[in-house]
Design a protein around this ligand. Structure first.
Ligand code: PGA
Length: 280
């Protein structure tokens, strides 16, 4: 009787553990995301052709593709959206509406079927020193407005040379997410983009990128808990090309890429997306 009961209990515990393990794996299996940041490139008249080439050449890879063109192109591309191909904006205003000449609001982007907004890109941080104090408000505006964030962080060459890159990135994260109380891993993508690698042809080595991604995930874990940390996609940006994408994709904890220069060629971009496909 006692033995029978013990066996039933052991069976029950085993089933629970298997279920827990399965659910944990489900959590951890995230769809990779590869985003194209066109920056201030491509004419409106050329945008549809390039976006359509990107869409076609990346279809069926199991990778979420985001194209972030200049604002002027968004309306022209909204008909291309599919469950795996969406549009991103390169910036947004933190206010919802009003007398902000040149401003573009979250609601305007949403109205154009935009899904993601890039915030905290180093090119904006550098060109507009006040940007760093707006990022937190922009993140809140994007999330409250029902869009998703691609948040960029990363250190300069001098910080990297001083060996303080992890402290630097953690303090960026702490400052920019200071008002985010509840983390939704489905709504926030973190892009680690070392400034010294952006547009320079230099790429972080697999060890450098892997260590930083681990550090960012540990920061997430300590602040928002293990499930949110494991469920968040942390992607790498900085001179990602077809030729180096596989090495980056092979690193545990790199869930995709934010691609600048190489996203202006559908062929190059699709090679990158292919490197991140699951299973590769
Ligand atoms: P890059 O740009 O790929 O041209 O280095 C990346 C980025 O700035 O997002």
């Amino acid at each position: 009787m006692v033995i029978g009961w013990t066996l039933i209990e052991a069976f029950r515990v085993t089933i629970c553990l298997l279920r827990f393990n399965f659910e944990a794996k489900e959590q951890i299996m995230k769809r990779p995301i590869v985003a194209a940041n066109w920056k201030m490139n491509v004419l409106p008249s050329e945008a549809c052709h390039l976006a359509e080439q990107i869409r076609q050449s990346t279809a069926g890879l199991g990778v979420e593709i985001v194209v972030a063109p200049p604002y002027t192109h968004l309306a022209l591309l909204s008909h291309l959206r599919t469950p795996q191909f969406s549009l991103g904006a390169q910036n947004v205003h933190n206010a919802s509406s009003g007398a902000y000449t040149s401003g573009i609001s979250v609601a305007m982007l949403k109205d154009l079927q935009v899904e993601y907004v890039i915030v905290g890109h180093s090119e904006r941080r550098e060109a507009f020193p006040s940007e760093k104090d707006l990022i937190s408000d922009k993140i809140l505006a994007i999330l409250q407005g029902g869009l998703k964030v691609i948040y960029c962080c990363g250190e300069s060459r001098s910080v990297r040379e001083s060996g303080n890159e992890l402290d630097f990135v953690e303090s960026q994260l702490g400052y920019d997410f200071r008002d985010v109380q509840r983390w939704d891993p489905g709504k926030i993508v973190i892009a680690y983009e070392p400034i010294w690698a952006i547009g320079t042809g230099l790429t972080a080595s697999p060890e450098q990128a892997g260590a930083m991604h681990l550090g960012i995930r540990q920061w997430l874990r300590s602040r928002y808990g293990i499930e949110n940390a494991e469920g968040t996609r942390i992607i790498y940006g900085g001179s990602v090309k077809g030729s180096n994408a596989s090495d980056l994709a092979a690193i545990d904890g790199i869930d995709g890429a934010l691609v600048g220069g190489a996203s202006l060629s559908a062929n190059e971009f699709s090679q990158i997306a292919r490197a991140f496909r699951y299973p590769s």
